[in-house]
Design a protein around this ligand. Structure first.
Ligand code: NAP
Length: 332
């Protein structure tokens, strides 16, 4: 059992470390990892390692694999089950051959996908699902309403467009700034695509009605003022990207509009009583994939899972212009 881990943000590459034997207890599954996906949170956590660690940090929160053993309280899975999951940011991540993960945040693997394509889904699906249905509280009665998704072609946007269109029945306006990212958003079901550079003007020129919902998946600092201008009266804005500047919530007061955060690690990190909702929503995602209602979002495979390939995947993420998801497969 091994992992690729970092001692410090300045590490050019991850170090190969041997893992102690992992014994699952309680609700934990012991999982043999077959594929992982990279996310911006990986590079952010790596960048936060400003003190040189004696025990290196294993990062990575998107994986697919096979259950090898289960803890004494496990009831949702058994040995041999195929699974996909994001995990808990407070525990060692998935840049590893094996990992312990709480069953309540793990889903049954989509039957129609291989490990690579399944690994692309969990973190972004949890984020998009919770943003749309738990934070914005979109329900059946909202069918046909308008949602603006800022950052439509990225990892989260690629699944959010599909859930907003195919599950919630909304009219989807996505933002993308290049021909290939615009086409990607349309292929995933976006009804309209506009450029996120000078968002306010672009939206006004489109002559579309004011959006009832805005889901901000990129650079909240850049888009906050435009979002407050664009949102419909009594509308709701959800962002998943933290800010470096202070913003004026009073700009939403005359419209009685709301602003809410989504952070997909809240449930595992704070051990909320509804933790198991992440298990249920991942199973729903698998069903939607297997019923061909939504599609996986992997666009790139950088194989195999070696330190220099992880570095290459991180470099691609840091450009800020990736489309869909990047995955790596883990050799047996
Ligand atoms: N809170 C949470 O739980 C949570 C969960 C997941 C991710 N996140 C955060 O959410 C952000 C997005 O994650 P991701 O995985 O979707 O990222 P990503 O895949 O790296 O996003 C890339 C996309 O962002 C678009 N983009 C670049 N700059 C933009 C801008 N200024 N405004 C709007 N769109 C822009 C690009 O589209 P064009 O090339 O077409 O311009 C590109 O296709 C990251 O900051 C990540 O850390 C938070």
């Amino acid at each position: 059992m091994y992992a690729l881990a970092y001692h410090h943000h300045s590490d050019k590459q991850a170090s190969h470390i041997t893992l102690e034997p992992l014994e699952p207890t309680g609700h934990d599954l012991h999982i043999a990892i077959k594929a992982i996906a990279v996310n911006p949170v990986d590079t952010k956590v790596k960048a936060s390692l400003t003190e040189k660690l004696a025990t290196p940090r294993v990062i990575g929160w998107d994986a697919a694999g096979i259950v090898e053993a289960v803890g004494d309280k496990v009831s949702l899975f058994k040995q041999g089950d195929k699974v996909f999951y994001a995990g808990d940011i407070g525990r060692p991540g998935c840049y590893a051959s094996h990992q312990l993960v709480d069953e309540r945040i793990v889903g049954h693997h989509p039957k129609s996908l291989d490990f690579n394509d399944a690994a692309a889904l969990p973190l972004t699906s949890i984020t998009a699902w919770e943003a749309l249905f738990s934070r914005l509280k979109i329900g059946e009665e909202d069918n046909g309403k308008y949602i603006l998704i800022i950052g439509g072609a990225g990892g989260v946007g690629s699944i959010a467009i599909q859930l907003a269109k195919a599950v919630a029945g909304l009219t989807v306006i996505a933002t993308a700034s290049r021909l290939e990212s615009q086409q990607w958003c349309k292929n995933l079901g976006a009804d309209h695509v506009i450029d996120h550079h000078d968002l306010l003007t672009q939206y006004q020129q489109s002559k579309l009605p004011a959006p009832d919902y805005i889901l901000c998946l990129n650079n909240t600092d850049q888009h906050f003022a435009d979002m407050t201008n664009l949102i419909a009266p009594q509308g709701m804005i959800c962002s998943i990207v933290g800010t470096a500047k202070h913003h004026d919530l009073d700009l939403l007061k005359s419209k009685s509009a709301g602003f809410v955060w989504e952070f997909m690690f809240t449930r595992p990190m704070l051990d909320t009583p509804d933790l198991i909702q992440q298990h249920h929503l991942l199973n729903k995602i698998a069903d939607l994939i297997d019923s061909n209602i939504i599609q996986h979002t992997r666009t790139t495979a950088v194989n195999p899972f070696f330190a220099d390939n992880i570095q290459q995947a991180h470099s691609q993420l840091l450009t800020g212009n990736t489309i869909g998801k990047i995955v790596l497969s883990i050799p047996d």
